[in-house]
Design a binder for this molecule. Sequence first.
Ligand code: COA
Length: 257
Amino acid sequence: MASLHHNLRLATEADLPAMTDVLNAASRQDPIYPYRFPDRHLYASEFALLCQQKCAEYLASSTVVVCEMPSATEAGAMQVAAFAVWDTPASHHMVQARTGSLEPLPSQRPSSLGVPITIGHKDRMNAFKSACVQYKASFFDAKYQGGHVMLRILLCHPDYQRRGAGRALTEWGINEAQRLGLHTTVFASPMGLRLYTKLGFIEIGRFRVEVEGDKEHLEIPALVLSPTAGIWETGRETTCGMATGTGYNGVSPTVCA
Ligand SMILES: CC(C)(COP(=O)(O)OP(=O)(O)OC[C@H]1O[C@@H](n2cnc3c(N)ncnc32)[C@H](O)[C@@H]1OP(=O)(O)O)[C@@H](O)C(=O)NCCC(=O)NCCS
């Protein structure tokens, strides 16, 4: 499918509803969500609130970049089609620049959304969380002690997939990592794995998330891209595709015909 004109910028609190929609719609395609929320169709409104709560947490704690594309419903309007959540050594500074404070805004504090986290498969959620902490430490933190730029979350709304948003958002972080001389790291979903390997990421290991006696499990690959790597596409080296010039809050706008 042809790439669409798109624009990258840092997210603001005003993006919370659109980010929530993207997370709610795209998360069913990444096995880590159905694994932890197998009955989400039974509590759809609570799950939507949980998505809102998670997005508020991302805005408060990480560097969130949104990708806008022409709206499918409103002629001439741009719509947040995808977003990426990055943990960079500079994330705290960027959050501070956006909010003026390192403290989350009152409206972003999860507790202020009034949603107790009571939904989901508790044992799987705990197993997933502790495995991610453990393997982030062993695969990435121990190896790259000078820091790394980690893609925590990447989601594109199903209505906008295969139009280049995921690639543009990933290249934003790669560019940032290369500027800092750091590796780019990610735990990949099956759909993400296709994108990251296309961009030249190398798989350095895998881990399982499982609960004793449970027939379901997850297998999650850990991928890295070296700071000196070019961006590879089916054997052809390309540039990151960033346009020159500085856009919103220092994020370069990209335009793809
Ligand atoms: C992974 C995801 C973010 C990719 O977003 P996207 O905007 O559709 O990706 P792009 O259009 O930039 O794809 C770039 C390239 O990645 C590869 N790719 C992406 N999605 C693919 C798919 N479903 N099947 C095969 N290859 C795929 C292709 O090589 C594609 O290039 P092409 O379209 O020219 O063939 C999106 O599929 C998604 O949100 N999935 C559900 C959530 C998820 O798994 N997120 C990743 C977590 S690690």
